[in-house]
Design a protein around this ligand. Structure first.
Ligand code: FAD
Ligand code: GLY
Length: 328
């Protein structure tokens, strides 16, 4: 029998599964579609506690996670041979943020050419950066499989069956499934299984291609960011909308993102658009993820990572592995 049954194959479920497996647990992971189809696919992949102006407990978690990133990526790349576009490229923030250095117009132009002269300076966050989340999730799947984690894709959990303060089994599209312990990592869709205060916040995004790769630093402004990938893509994001699971990109949203992006980095106006997409961030009250204890003794939670789940994956895996390791 499996020691831990994980529901949800996004970055959070996969990261927790890998850490548990490395600590000796037998892990099975259930994903209703393909792993990484949710927010973990849609994200910009910024590792940006300062630019996101995180404070309090969330900032502490995020900074710990940022410091775990190099060794976490190293661990994954030892198994998969892929460092997933992880780079400490630095972020230029257009609004004040903690632990940053102010750059005037000349200093800014030295750091990054091609920015609008109207900007008048920026805050430099040297230790922040990015990972390509669309490379990270497949690498996590590969790492998980090589650690003998059983990943069952196309399996939906329809109900968590409970008795008093225990989960007794899961009702799934494959039938009844049982385990010693359970981990809920279902992102924005959590409420369909348990009445927890997690709700979707839609984000619309687009990407362009800059063949000469002039943009090297992440630019983070008010309701806009530009994330240059190593292959010449520039990711532009993102809206934040409380519209449930309403799908699709809206012309006005794309126009808004593009006009803000062009006002910051004018070369955008002549770049080809590659793609537009959207995703659903798992919002939790006070933007703090629910990590660990649930009302059921053998069910742990790893949900509600909202805007920073890619960043928070390594620390979440540590916290949940510590929690689930304890004998029940
Ligand atoms: P998800 O990736 O959504 O995974 C949940 C999985 O659970 C899904 O695959 C789903 O199919 C599965 N599932 C749900 N219900 C069931 C069920 N009943 N049975 C079986 N499977 C189920 N974070 C950052 O750190 N940096 C960023 O720059 C960043 N940018 C973002 C930009 C956008 C537009 C969005 C939308 C998010 C962004 N985020 C960013 C946030 C980050 O993407 C999320 O916090 C993170 O991906 C959450 O991971 P997750 O595994 O909890 O959820
Ligand atoms: N962290 C960036 C976003 O959620 O849009």
């Amino acid at each position: 029998m499996t020691d831990v049954l994980i529901i949800g194959g996004g970055v959070i479920g996969l990261a927790c599964g890998i850490e548990l497996s490395l600590r000796g647990a037998a892990v099975t992971l259930l994903e209703r579609h393909n792993c990484g189809n949710g927010a973990s696919w849609a994200a910009a992949g910024m590792l940006a506690p300062g630019a996101e102006t995180l404070t309090g407990e969330l900032a502490d978690l995020a900074l710990q996670s940022l410091s775990l990133y190099p060794q976490w990526i190293n661990q994954i790349s030892k198994i998969t041979g892929d460092s997933c576009g992880y780079q400490k490229c630095g972020i230029l923030a257009l609004q004040a943020c903690p632990n940053s250095q102010w750059l005037n117009t000349e200093q800014l132009a030295e750091k990054q050419t091609g920015l609008s002269p109207e900007l008048g300076g920026a805050y430099w966050l040297e230790s922040e950066g990015q990972v390509d989340n669309r490379k990270l999730v497949p690498a996590l799947v590969l790492a998980a499989r090589s650690l003998q984690i059983k990943i069952l894709e196309g399996v939906e959990v329809n109900r968590i069956a409970t008795n008093n303060n225990q989960v007794t089994h899961l009702e799934t599209s494959l039938g009844k499934m049982q385990s010693d312990r359970y981990l809920l990592a279902t992102g924005a869709w959590t409420k369909s299984l348990l009445p927890l205060p997690i709700s979707p916040r839609k984000g619309q995004m687009l990407s362009l291609h800059e063949s000469d790769r002039t943009l090297q630093k992440i630019i983070y402004g008010d309701q806009i960011y530009l994330v240059p990938r190593g292959d010449g893509r520039i990711i532009v994001g993102a809206t934040v909308e409380d519209v449930g699971f309403l799908p699709g990109n809206r012309a006005a949203s794309v126009q808004h993102l593009l006009s803000r992006a062009i006002s910051i980095y004018p070369a955008i106006a002549n770049l080809p658009i590659l793609d537009t997409w959207w995703g659903f961030r798992p919002y939790a009250p006070n933007e703090l993820p629910l990590l660990g204890t649930s009302e059921y003794e053998n069910l742990a939670l790893a949900v509600g990572h909202y805007r920073n789940g890619i960043l928070l994956a390594p620390i979440t895996a540590q916290i949940l592995a510590n929690h689930l390791e304890k004998p029940k």
